[in-house]
Design a protein around this ligand. Structure first.
Ligand SMILES: Nc1ncnc2c1ncn2[C@@H]1O[C@H](COP(=O)(O)OP(=O)(O)O)[C@@H](O)[C@H]1O
Ligand SMILES: [Mg+2]
Length: 330
């Protein structure tokens, strides 16, 4: 496993016979030890990319190296270097968590003694010790995702692929998984390629984010840089009862250009950045303009997506055209 070269992708394409170009010529590079967040709506091409990088689907054209190995000509070496928790997890409802780990470890050729040690260690790491001997059919969604993660880690891979690891999870299970993924990267130096539809997940977890839409990468950088590119934060104030909107406009207008706001409220883009908020508060106070509510809004990754694609990430999935509203709600 000597060549720890992260992930290098060049002009990767995947066409499906009847479908669109699911992945339409993407380039990206993930450094060893980096957490790369692949953010995009439903149908953007995230899973197709992961399937190619994990050697489960051949590319139509283009190349990629994972851990320094070519995904087409060096499949076995790639597979030996990576762990993957994919969207269609193949858990057997009638096996326990411990039995799953034991099987997986046997597949990787660990001895009986190593299997037990590794199984115990991973069950503890993902917080499933207490549920280890229960059948998976009684597990919650969050527990299944944690078991998926443990299974992907059995052979201590240097590179980990996680395809929407927290979709459908409650906030608590989601942040438990985030902690574990961060720990793997920070403490063990594992390279993580993670797909998500959640802005917050990419923002919190990823060192760098690639935003994918309709098979193309539309933006890529650190979450901070992407948001900075969009511009400065804005402040929105709702006048207190009996206070005229004009008075609020007069004060806020000193700090930046007015932008659209919630009904009844006033918003400006702060020309001096977030630090200007304190001055806004002082000015409102000095001029005796009372407000019911004052809010600072940092630009979000959704603003980035909106700027690059003209649509909002929320609800930008492949069903938005309206032919199938039922699934679009799901
Ligand atoms: N096996 C397949 N055959 C035909 N089209 C497919 C297949 N898999 C995915 N697609 C299409 O490719 C596009 C990208 O899908 P996918 O990679 O699953 O997106 P994501 O994971 O971002 O939701 C979608 O339009 C999807 O319908
Ligand atoms: Mg997918």
């Amino acid at each position: 496993m000597g060549r720890d070269r992260g992930i290098e992708v060049e002009n990767l394409v995947r066409e499906f016979r009847k479908g669109p170009r699911a992945v339409d010529g993407i380039d990206l590079r993930v450094q060893p030890g980096e957490v790369y967040g692949f953010l995009g709506p439903n149908g953007a091409g995230k899973s197709t990319t992961v399937l190619m990088l994990t050697t489960l689907l051949p590319p139509t054209s283009g190349t990629a190296r994972v851990a320094g190995y070519d995904i087409v000509s060096e499949g076995p070496q790639v597979r030996a270097s990576i762990g993957a928790a994919l969207q269609e997890a193949a858990l057997d409802p009638f096996l326990t968590g411990r039995e799953h780990l034991n099987l997986q470890a046997a597949l990787h050729g660990l001895s009986r003694k190593e299997r037990k040690r590794r199984g115990d260690e991973l069950l503890e790491r993902v917080g499933l010790e207490d549920a280890a001997d229960r059948r998976v059919r009684g597990y919650s969604g969050g527990m299944k995702r944690r078991l998926d993660l443990a299974l992907a880690l059995v052979h201590a891979p240097r590179i980990l692929f996680l395809d929407e690891p927290t979709t459908g999870l409650d906030p608590q299970s989601r942040s438990a998984l985030w902690s574990e993924v961060s720990r793997l990267a920070r403490e063990d130096g594992v390279t993580v390629f993670l797909t998500t539809q959640y802005l917050e997940e990419a923002d919190v977890l990823a060192d760098r984010v690639g935003i994918i839409d309709r098979g193309k990468i539309v933006a890529e950088d650190t979450p901070e840089a992407l948001k900075e590119e969009i511009g400065r934060p804005s402040v929105e104030a709702t006048p207190a009862e009996g206070v005229g909107r004009d008075a609020v406009v007069r004060v806020l207008g000193q700090f930046g250009e007015e932008i659209p706001a919630q009904p009844g409220a006033v918003a400006v883009r702060l020309s001096g950045g977030a630090a200007g908020l304190a001055d806004v508060v002082r000015a409102l106070d000095r001029e005796g303009v009372r407000v019911a509510n004052l809010r600072l809004d940092e630009p979000s990754l959704d603003d980035v997506f909106l700027e690059k694609t003209g649509r909002s990430l929320e609800g930008a999935g492949e069903h938005e055209e309206g032919e199938d509203m039922e699934t679009a709600q799901a």
